[in-house]
Structures are given as structure tokens and as C-alpha cells.
Design a protein around this ligand. Structure first.
Ligand SMILES: NC(=O)c1ccc[n+]([C@@H]2O[C@H](COP(=O)([O-])OP(=O)(O)OC[C@H]3O[C@@H](n4cnc5c(N)ncnc54)[C@H](O)[C@@H]3O)[C@@H](O)[C@H]2O)c1
Length: 435
């Protein structure tokens, strides 16, 4: 209050000053050529902004490489599409602005792609864990989502402690929110023993689980890849099977929870693509084998190998003349990654066209493990397809992919892994090279 009073008082005093002393003209300053410059420096910041913009424009016009094209999200920058590890360049599209990788447009010197954040559902399983290995090796950050129904921590344990690896115990039937650039959706039991164990859960995983992951892809603008199966062709009336073939599936049989579940998953994937513009990819996987397969999962290769190692007779269902084709897991992983990075939706058959009868396969297993091994015939299981062989011309021409590893080279690697897991035998010499 006192201060206010004194302020008022002062103003009052000033008001009372005689008029003659209130005005004093500015003293004349001599002309100096630096004065305009000082004025511009002090007041005209806008001039500096304009000069800065001009310099930047000149710089970017002369350095066009710094401008990132926005057509297409990814490209395989390899002159040869047949290279095993093509250089994958990430070109962010405006559609992907929701993801951090897309926001950070600059590729650090020395790197030819921006590492991605990838979720692999079912990543603790057989195929998933090999895929995770390749993604980590490529420099990506990987989140594995798995409920460990058929998957095992041991399959991914070697990544524990790596800051680019995370493992989440989660059932895909429940929604999950993750910030990622790509989703490889593998979660689903794949062998008849496991998918028939709880058929309602199997179809729920395929339908509700796929819906949840597609919803996630839509929300965060991620690219989504579905691992479908050759089972969508059922007991095929066309041989070999092309992607255009619609299949011959029993909708009410004991295998339908898997076959029809995967067919519905494909439908959902295409509907999200057409209706919600989600970037999707569909792979139809044919029989795959390799290390880390479940030992007693009832799949023919793992059955024969485990039985021959345990000196039990190899069980052949039916007359053993039904055919299958077998691809080694690293070939499949290469195909999945190429498909994800390509601009093609699919579906694509991913399998080895080399066709074997069950009896021929038993012979290969005998030659690799035990020439004295016996074969035992059992009645065939319901709805077992008579023949299966992929036509992979689409994958060959559009993805530049084809399997490289023949059964005789891949089988010893699987045998070695089974030997270690069945007998705890870590001393056996390598039966083949690592792929
Ligand atoms: N291996 C093949 O020969 C083959 C052939 C055709 C298709 N596929 C497909 O490839 C994918 C992987 O097959 P795989 O051979 O690695 O099988 P797998 O059983 O070894 O792996 C499946 C993984 O999914 C997990 N999982 C299952 N249900 C889940 C759920 N509800 N929530 C979260 N995780 C769940 C399992 O724990 C497991 O880790 C499957 O989608 C399968 O249908 C595989």
C-alpha cells in the first residue's frame, strides 16, 4: 500500500513538472556506415531465417540423396533376387507415420536399413524361434508373444539378456497393445496331436487370436503376416497345389478346427486388407522339419526320427504310399522374411516341391540313423490327405525364393538335435553343417 502510494506520488510529481523541461530533443549522432548493420543485427531476425532457408534449399537441391522418396514402404535393393540375404532398404511411407521407425527417417551411416520392431506370436515354437534368430541377427528388435502351449523357453533362451529381445507370456486370444512395425503371426498349435487336444481352443486361437493381431496391426499401422498352411487345400483334388486352388476340406471333421480355422484366418486377413487397408501377407506353409521340433508331436518326420533313435519301429499309417514334401526350416524362414519385405499380399505356397511317399521317407531316416530300423503299419487317421506337393512358381517368380536344402542334408541336423534332447547327448560329432 505504501509502495502504491509512493508510485502515485511520483507520477503526481512528474505531472507537475514544468512543460519546458518535459521535452528534450535527441542529440545528433554522426553518420556511421555500421549503424544500419547493427540495426539489422538487432531487429531483423527474419532476414536471418530467410537466409537460412535459402541455404538449406540450395543444399538439398544439390544433395538430392538426402530427400527420401515416399513410394512403397520397403524394397529389396538387390540386383539379384536369388541372393540368400538381399539388402533390404526401408523406405518409410506416409501410411507408416505412426511407427517410430518411420518417424526417424535418417539411416545411420554404415547401416543400409533401419532396424524394425517386430512381434512374433508363437515365437517360442519350432518355426517361430528360428525366425526370431534371423530377425535378431538382422539387427531388429523382437518381441515374442507366446503362451507356451507347444513352445519352449529353451528355444529362445539364448537371446535372454539381449536388449533387443523381449519375451511375453500371453495368449493371443486376449488383446494386447504393442508398438511395432511388423507382426509375424504364427501362434497356433501346428501338429495334429496338439491341435486336436483342445479343438475349440485351436479354432479360437485361429479366429479370435488372428482378429486380435489384425486389430493391433490396424491400430499401430504395422504390416501383418499370417502363417497359414497347406491344410487349407484339405485332401486336394488338384496336384500339385497352386494358390488358385480353393481346396477340398471337410468342415465337420476332426481336423477342421485347424483347417477351417486357418481358412477363416485367411478370410479375416483379406477382409482387414480390403476393408481397413491393413498391409497383409499370407504364407501357406507345407510340411517343415528341423531342429527344435516337438519330439512327440505326431508329425511324420519327428515321429520317424524319434522312433529310429529310440530303436522303436517306425509307424507308417495306411499303406505308406501317401505323399508329402518336406522343407528345411531355414528355407521357410527365408521365404517368410522375403514375403514380409515384398510388395505382394499372397497367398504364397512355401514348401519344398520334392515329393516323398511315407515309405521313401522312412528309408531316408533309416539310412541316416539306423539301417536296421523296422517299419510297423497302422490304420490311417481320419481325413489324412493322400498327396501334398506345392506348386511354388508364384514364390519363385515374385519373391525370388525357392528351397535350397535337400532332405538328405537337412535331416542329419534335426537328428543331431533330437539325439541331444532325447539322450542328453552333447558329445556327438556334427552330422552335417549348420544352415
Ligand atoms: N511346421 C510346419 O510344418 C507348419 C506347416 C504349416 C503351417 N505351419 C504354421 O506355422 C506356425 C508355427 O508352426 P510350428 O511348427 O512352429 O508350431 P509350434 O507348435 O512349434 O509353434 C506354435 C507356437 O504358438 C504358440 N501358441 C499356440 N497357441 C497360442 C496362443 N493361443 N497364444 C499364444 N501362443 C500360442 C505355441 O506355444 C508355440 O510356441 C503355425 O501357425 C502353424 O500353423 C507350420
Amino acid at each position: 500500500m505504501k509502495n502504491q502510494k509512493s508510485l502515485n506520488h511520483r507520477r503526481h510529481d512528474e505531472d507537475n513538472l514544468p512543460q519546458s523541461t518535459a521535452y528534450s530533443p535527441k542529440p545528433h549522432k554522426p553518420w556511421n556506415w555500421l549503424r544500419p548493420l547493427e540495426y539489422v543485427m538487432r531487429e531483423q531476425r527474419i532476414v536471418f531465417i530467410l537466409v537460412g532457408m535459402l541455404l538449406a534449399t540450395v543444399f538439398f537441391v544439390w544433395q538430392p540423396d538426402f530427400v527420401s522418396p515416399d513410394h512403397g514402404a520397403y524394397a529389396i535393393a538387390s540386383s539379384s533376387a536369388h541372393l540368400r540375404n538381399p539388402i533390404v532398404v526401408y523406405r518409410p511411407s506416409s501410411r507408416h507415420l505412426g511407427s517410430a521407425a518411420a518417424l526417424d527417417l535418417k539411416v545411420p551411416l554404415g547401416l543400409n536399413r533401419i532396424p524394425k520392431r517386430v512381434v512374433v506370436t508363437g515365437g517360442a515354437g519350432f518355426v517361430g524361434s528360428h525366425l526370431v534368430d534371423r530377425l535378431i541377427e538382422r539387427g531388429d528388435s523382437v518381441i515374442v508373444v507366446d503362451n507356451f502351449f507347444t513352445g519352449r523357453k529353451e528355444n529362445v533362451m539364448h537371446h535372454f539378456g539381449n536388449p533387443r529381445f523381449e519375451l511375453i507370456r500371453h495368449d493371443v486370444v486376449e488383446p494386447i497393445l504393442l508398438e511395432v512395425d511388423q507382426i509375424y503371426h504364427l501362434a497356433c498349435p501346428a501338429s495334429p496331436v496338439h491341435y486336436k487336444f483342445n479343438p475349440v481352443k485351436t479354432i479360437k486361437t485361429n479366429v479370435v487370436g488372428t482378429l486380435n493381431m489384425l486389430g493391433l496391426a490396424k491400430r499401430v499401422g504395422a504390416r501383418f503376416l499370417l502363417t497359414s498352411t497347406s491344410e487349407v487345400y484339405g485332401d486336394p483334388l488338384e496336384h500339385p497345389q497352386r494358390e488358385e486352388y480353393w481346396g477340398n476340406v471337410n468342415p465337420i471333421g476332426v481336423r477342421s478346427c485347424y483347417d477351417e480355422g486357418k481358412r477363416t484366418a485367411e478370410t479375416l486377413t483379406m477382409d482387414y486388407h480390403r476393408g481397413a487397408s491393413v498391409e497383409v501377407r499370407i504364407a501357406r506353409i507345407f510340411n517343415t522339419y528341423g531342429p527344435r521340433m516337438c519330439i512327440d508331436d505326431g508329425r511324420v518326420v519327428s515321429n520317424f526320427v524319434a522312433q529310429a533313435l529310440r530303436k522303436e519301429p517306425m509307424t507308417v499309417y495306411g499303406d505308406g504310399k501317401q505323399t508329402r514334401s518336406f522343407q528345411y526350416v531355414s528355407d521357410l524362414v527365408e521365404g517368410l522374411m522375403r514375403l514380409m519385405e515384398s510388395e505382394h499380399v499372397g497367398p504364397f505356397n512355401l514348401g519344398n516341391p520334392g515329393e516323398f511317399t511315407m515309405l521313401e521317407l522312412a528309408e531316408v531316416v533309416k539310412n541316416t540313423i539306423d539301417p536296421q530300423a523296422k517299419i510297423e503299419f497302422h490304420t490311417n487317421t481320419e481325413d489324412d490327405p493322400h498327396m501334398r506337393k506345392p506348386d511354388i512358381s508364384k514364390a519363385k517368380s515374385l519373391l525370388g525364393w525357392e528351397p535350397k536344402i535337400p532332405l538328405k542334408d537337412g535331416l542329419p541336423l534335426m537328428v543331431e538335435d533330437f539325439q541331444q534332447r532325447i539322450f542328453g547327448d552333447h558329445s556327438s560329432a556334427s552330422l552335417g553343417k549348420d544352415y
